[in-house]
Design a protein around this ligand. Sequence first.
Ligand code: BG6
Length: 479
Amino acid sequence: MDHRKIYPFPEHFLWGAASAAYQVEGAYREDGKGLSNQDILNGTNAFHDTTVTADFYHRYKEDIALMGEMGLKSFRFSVAWTRIYPDGKTLNPKGIEFYNKIINELLKYKIEPMVTLYHFDHPYELQKSYGGWYSDHMIDDYLRFAKTCFQAFGDRVKYWLTICEQNNIVLYPNLIGGYLEHVDIDTWRIQVTRVMSLCSARAVNLCHKMIPDAKIGASFSFPPSYPASSSPDDVLAAMNENDFRDFYGMDLVYKARQNPWVVRYYEERGVDIRLSREDTDILCSCSPDFIAYNYYRTNVAKSCPLESEQIQPEFNLTGKKGSITYPTFPGLYQGTGNETLEKSDWDWTIDPKGLRISLRMLYDRYAVPIMVVENGLGAYDQVEDGKVSDPYRIEYLKKHIEQLQLAVCDGIEVWGYYVWSFVDVLSTSNGYNKRYGLVYVDRTDRDPKELRRICKDSYYWYQELLKVNGNILDRRNVI
Ligand code: BG6
């Protein structure tokens, strides 16, 4: 819809930036921290190294001061489970101390903390002893951790996320999931989805009980899938991708519902995924306050015959445009490129309107307020004369925020928007070659150098945007 009037963002809109513990903190063995499944991956490829990353553990004061100077309204960060419970079972007070310092420092600058309980890093001990997310034992261990966080930080933290991207965790099992090689991939995927959904539901209930004035939701990855053509086969393929990849898990947490055709899909592959009465009761008992999602790009799907060979989703690991392999799920969909859109060097489409489309899809489906908790552009940034000029990132953010405002004009209740990321983080799939930050961290994959911070041009641009509460659409028509 084209609007005759432009509606402003709500007065207390949460303009934020985000990060995740294993991608920024470093200090991977300090003050009693245990090893996580992410730490165990160190050295398994050319870039993965959690030992130092951006060294936020030691430089948080400097980074939060930069957030304050910028006028940031909210900062989303995750708690490293292994700082609080190094082996998954034994409390480490030093971990609580660290996050208390972060939260207090944020509040000093009037920055609203948003805490992600789980962002891809769980105690390796739990992985070793019972297989991590594949086991129901994870539920009690996760809830113990969540309860400790609610107890320790709930007096000051009023926005919580239970689990980040359970749908991507199962999509990329080796990279972020803690996959067990001896388990059939379908069985693993669906059991992990079930365990994580139950964890989210129970954490929501626990949070509501322990911190009545807090808001809590789960966050998902949501790159909506478009049909490759107007052929009904491709339209169905795109529906299949959206349902199978994203809505199945969201529906569990937000509607306590199992999509019947996804149940059939697994049944036909010999995996019975129907939930027990007890599981359904737990899911039905929870009502999250909002749905959160990470938006970077959109996908395209075309039909995929049953006889095709299965190709699992992969990332472009080279940073050379055009080197991505698209996934193939026989009988469901196969991914393909979108010739109408620009792409990043890692082949992610740049699709600002897709943000509005995804907001509309989620609001129609779940009818709860929405938080966009990650959005940003991964790029090769360069330092020249001590400065980082990143007009491509400014362009990306500007266009997405315009579409966000159009979604507000559509009447969608959006509570917040978080740029990924505040400082450059260790990219999950590409290390320090691919940078997302508003603040540059001077290091390479191999050499942490001095880790000097340099505010990029996008930092100053976002600072200006915050002054007008994000209202950058043509303001002559603002109501
Ligand atoms: C999101 C994750 O899916 O994508 C982040 O929550 C991640 O942790 C971000 O960094 C970007 O992905 P990547 O692989 O480019 O780092």
